[in-house]
Design a protein around this ligand. Structure first.
Ligand SMILES: *[C@@H]1O[C@H](CO)[C@@H](O)[C@H](O)[C@H]1NC(C)=O
Ligand SMILES: *[C@@H]1O[C@H](CO)[C@@H](O)[C@H](O)[C@H]1NC(C)=O
Ligand SMILES: *[C@@H]1O[C@H](CO)[C@@H](O)[C@H](O)[C@H]1NC(C)=O
Ligand SMILES: *[C@@H]1O[C@H](CO)[C@@H](O)[C@H](O)[C@H]1NC(C)=O
Ligand SMILES: *[C@@H]1O[C@H](CO)[C@@H](O)[C@H](O)[C@H]1NC(C)=O
Ligand SMILES: *[C@@H]1O[C@H](CO)[C@@H](O)[C@H](O)[C@H]1NC(C)=O
Ligand SMILES: *[C@@H]1O[C@H](CO)[C@@H](O)[C@H](O)[C@H]1NC(C)=O
Ligand SMILES: *[C@@H]1O[C@H](CO)[C@@H](O)[C@H](O)[C@H]1NC(C)=O
Length: 435
């Protein structure tokens, strides 16, 4: 039996925020501390959402609304308090992770229009000396379909925000449910895309991934547009985005953030599912133009194409990965795209893509090779795929670890993360040594 990746339209049109979560058949406890601040904000020094000390990570629009997977906000602060007032476009009860410096992620559900006191004198680590002085606050939204809107930031009276410089290297991940952490424990914060980028350490990241989306620009599982169009926009394909921006999303200004050094593309699993009726030639044509568009925006970026997989089949008394014996998952097509971009013909006369005109044009200068192929065969085994047809938390960790090592060896990137937590809620162990 083939296990198709069924990325349903959930993300696009249904709010999941308050559903009971079952894990291994048990109800997951989600009684995260309520951080709503019930007092007056007069006791704080308050900054507007456009304060230059704030660093927005991933994609946020001109109303300071977050989009896509694991978007973040980071800033330094003096004193012992951080509170954030969230705006009306915040998804009520959305789960966010936040922490100061290298402490473990803490989780809290955010209330629309409320002020949340996230750091005070009782917060773990607040009194400890930090190698980063002053302390750095970071927040990430966990759920791909939900988001927050920043209305204002507060620190203790007379205290101040401090700009935290960007790390010197940046990764962009362009993907679907597989990259957004769909059905993983903490969604965005459990995904291989987050685990790879946070796991490398000292790396800025933007995870433009949304469940069910196709690469080819058509409606797939309730996502009205494909990534060939949507990647160039600020907002994602959620129902939330349609409510706020209709069919007129803000075009993403790539100058808002540092140029990506590495771009990872993991797209096609939804195109490959016959229910979405994407033709192979259409997929290859738009995949090629998407790469040409990325290369036009970031000429120095190295682009890694992730080979797709489609779950496992039982064969006789064992399992095999579906892509090993067929073109399921567009495996030969993605390899051919990789070969095309490494051919002499392309590199001597590179073609680029302009999303505004929706047309390709000839570059004036030859290019060095910049497209790479990441073979996923052999990384995941059948029990690394959960009942929702997506990697389990362990599956995400395996993918992230292999990609970290691939990037280290291929591009000579040191592993800078040497201690602080990357994956939260993954600590399980035996207390007994003899049994
Ligand atoms: C907090 O978020 C989690 C994950 O979305 C959700 O399961 C839980 O119901 C939320 N809790 C509250 C009190 O809204
Ligand atoms: C704010 O009030 C709510 C509702 O009464 C309560 O559940 C919550 O614990 C209070 N939060 C703080 C930070 O005092
Ligand atoms: C949030 O505040 C706005 C006014 O700023 C109001 O229109 C809206 O109804 C509020 N939303 C909720 C859920 O309270
Ligand atoms: C931090 O120091 C303050 C003042 O000495 C104390 O009240 C508070 O309990 C300390 N916080 C932690 C988390 O240790
Ligand atoms: C894009 O952002 C850059 C840098 O912030 C700015 O100079 C430029 O005007 C913006 N472009 C558009 C079209 O808004
Ligand atoms: C699939 O796409 C082809 C070509 O665009 C079209 O002719 C056909 O009607 C579509 N089939 C379905 C079931 O939508
Ligand atoms: C962009 O161009 C491609 C062909 O190069 C075409 O298939 C696609 O429909 C166009 N998209 C839009 C939105 O016009
Ligand atoms: C990917 O890896 C598998 C398993 O090692 C191998 O059979 C296959 O030939 C590789 N594909 C490519 C394009 O190198």
């Amino acid at each position: 039996m083939r296990l198709p990746f069924i990325c349903s339209a959930f993300g696009a049109f249904v709010s999941l925020s308050s559903a009971t979560i079952l894990q291994n058949g048990q109800v997951r406890i989600t009684n995260y501390p309520n951080t709503v601040f019930n007092g007056s904000t007069a006791q704080f020094s308050t900054y507007p959402p456009h304060a230059t000390e704030l660093s927005y990570k991933g994609r946020w629009d001109s109303k300071f609304i977050s989009w896509w997977s694991a978007p973040g906000l980071k800033f330094g602060f003096t004193g012992q308090e951080v509170a954030i007032t969230f705006g009306p476009y915040t998804t009520d009860t959305v789960l966010v992770g936040y922490r100061i410096d290298g402490q473990d992620w803490q989780l809290t559900n955010i209330t629309t229009n409320a002020t949340h006191l996230l750091v005070d004198s009782t917060t773990v680590g607040v009194n400890l000396t930090s190698p980063v002085n002053p302390s750095t606050f970071e927040m990430r939204v966990t759920n791909w379909a939900s988001g927050v809107q920043i209305a204002s930031i507060h620190v203790g009276k007379g205290e101040k925000l401090v700009k935290v410089p960007d790390f010197g290297r940046t990764i962009e991940v362009i993907g679907d449910s597989l990259s957004s952490g769909y059905s993983a424990t903490l969604e965005g914060l459990s995904s291989y895309a987050y685990g790879l980028t946070a796991g490398l350490g000292n790396t800025e990241y933007s995870l433009t991934a949304y469940p069910g989306v196709c690469l080819f620009d058509k409606q797939c599982y309730g996502n009205l547009r494909g990534m060939f169009y949507q990647w160039f926009q600020t907002s994602d394909t959620s129902g939330r985005a349609i409510d706020i921006w209709g069919d007129n999303p803000e075009v993403w200004n790539f100058s808002n953030q540092p140029a990506a050094d590495i771009v990872i593309i993991n797209l096609g699993t939804n195109d490959n599912n016959h229910v979405n009726n994407v033709s192979t030639t259409g997929y290859v044509a738009q995949y090629t133009m998407l790469i040409e568009g990325v290369h036009a925006i970031w000429p120095k970026a190295q682009i890694i194409l992730i080979a797709l997989w489609e779950g496992f089949d039982t064969v006789g008394n064992t399992y095999i990965q579906s892509t090993l014996d067929s073109d399921v998952g567009f495996v030969p097509q993605i390899y051919s795209i990789y070969e095309y971009f490494n051919s002499k013909e392309y590199l001597q006369n590179p073609v680029l893509y302009d999303p505004v005109k929706n047309s390709t044009y000839q570059s004036q200068t030859p290019s060095d090779p910049f497209v790479h192929y990441f073979n996923t065969t052999g990384i995941l085994q059948h029990n690394d795929i959960g009942p929702q047809y997506h990697p389990t938390d362990a599956g995400h960790i395996k993918l992230a670890s292999h990609l970290m090592q691939y990037i280290k060896m291929k591009f000579d990137w040191p592993l800078y993360a040497t201690g602080p937590e990357v994956f939260h809620d993954t600590l399980y162990w035996n207390d007994q040594t003899s049994y």
